[in-house]
Design a protein around this ligand. Structure first.
Ligand code: PHE
Length: 357
């Protein structure tokens, strides 16, 4: 009996010390080391088993059963600790790889139109509403359309107003080709096609009006805050029986009011020179309110189409009279959006461009 009670006391103590040793471990490796101290080949449970050799058969039975119980208790503690460590490790990993499903997903940017495109579309829309057709033509242009037909023959000093890039190519027409310096060649191309299309009406003495705008890219050897080697113009051409500067003024003023969304602006013509118009004028506008108020701003070249140019269109300058204008789209966009350096339009910086979405 004494032996039994001693035995149970030391076995209970053994179980407690195993539980404590397991509880102190933080990793599976530490736990396996601790296990070896109790259940390993020379562990304490094994030693107790060996110590039974001298006992009587009856004592062996009771002692053996008690040791077995202790062993099972230790194994249960080991299993529990293993599970606790595995749970802790899993919890740690889950925390480290935490996915916050409450975050909004990354959205795909929707993009937007370039401010020059916005201005371009606006121009087409406004002139369209005033009865203008919208034309389109080549950026690589031949000498005849870009210069000569516009009353700007080879060696004419006015050619130096528009230095450009020449293209190393000769068309079937034997003409030298260049990147067009303005959209004015479209005056000739469009009006020539118009004359061909209305040949019968013309022969019958009718005067079918030409009324078109042509927006597009243009090129010159220029590069500073207000000039880029590639820029955008919109050409306007209105020819008819009696189209005058008065019509130009009304048309252009109404365009500006719609484009800038204000009635608070005035317009003036300032005498100028272009070989293809006579007389010629720069168009200046002035806002009477807003950040640009009080300053004359040049927005367009213009003039009455020169009789020789009308002839080059295949039309009779005695019957077809009217005006043309050529405005910088980039310039109009800069004024509308308050941009002061033209180059920002072409740098492709998304932080700048996304402001216009
Ligand atoms: N083509 C001229 C330029 O680019 C502008 C202009 C167009 C002037 C039409 C008069 C008439 O400078």
């Amino acid at each position: 009996m004494i032996t039994d009670s001693l035995a149970s006391t030391d076995l209970a103590e053994l179980v407690r010390s195993a539980e404590a040793a397991f509880a102190r471990t933080d990793t599976p490796a530490d736990l396996e080391n601790a296990k070896a101290q109790f259940l390993g080949k020379s562990g304490r449970v094994t030693e107790l088993m060996k110590g039974m050799a001298q006992l009587s058969v009856d004592d062996k039975k009771t002692r053996g059963a008690a040791i077995n119980q202790a062993k099972q208790a230790i194994e249960a503690a080991l299993t529990a600790r293993r599970q606790a460590l595995a749970d802790a490790e899993l919890a740690r990993q889950l925390k480290a790889q935490a996915l916050d499903v409450t975050l909004p997903g990354r959205q795909r940017g929707t993009g937007g139109l370039h401010p020059v495109s916005l201005a371009w579309e606006r121009i087409e829309q406004i002139f369209g509403s005033m009865g203008f057709d919208v034309g389109d033509g080549p950026e690589v242009e031949n000498d005849w359309f870009n210069f000569t037909a516009l009353n700007n023959p080879p060696n004419h000093p006015a050619r130096s107003m528009q230095d450009t890039f020449y293209v190393d190519m000769q068309g079937e027409d034997g003409q030298p080709y260049c990147l067009r310096t303005h959209t004015s060649p479209m005056q000739i191309r469009y009006a020539t096609a118009h004359a061909r299309k209305h040949a019968a009406a013309l022969a019958a003495g009718e005067i079918p009006e030409v009324r078109v705008i042509v927006p597009g890219r243009t090129y010159r050897v220029d590069n500073d805050a207000t000039h880029s080697p590639m820029f955008h113009q919109v050409e306007g051409l209105w020819l008819g029986e009696n189209v005058s500067f008065k019509d130009l003024k009304v048309t252009y003023l109404n365009f500006c009011k719609a484009f800038f969304e204000t009635d608070d602006l005035i317009l003036r013509f300032r005498p100028s020179y272009f070989p293809f118009t006579e007389p010629s004028a720069e168009i200046d506008i002035q806002f009477r309110t807003g950040p640009l108020a009080g300053k004359w701003l040049e927005v367009s070249g213009s003039g009455q189409v020169h009789p020789q140019v009308v002839r080059n269109m295949g039309l009779d300058p005695e019957r077809f009279i009217g005006f043309a204008f050529g405005s910088g789209i980039d310039r109009l966009a800069m004024l509308r959006y308050g941009v002061n350096d033209l180059r920002q339009f072409f740098d492709g910086d998304i932080r700048f461009l996304s402001q216009f979405r």
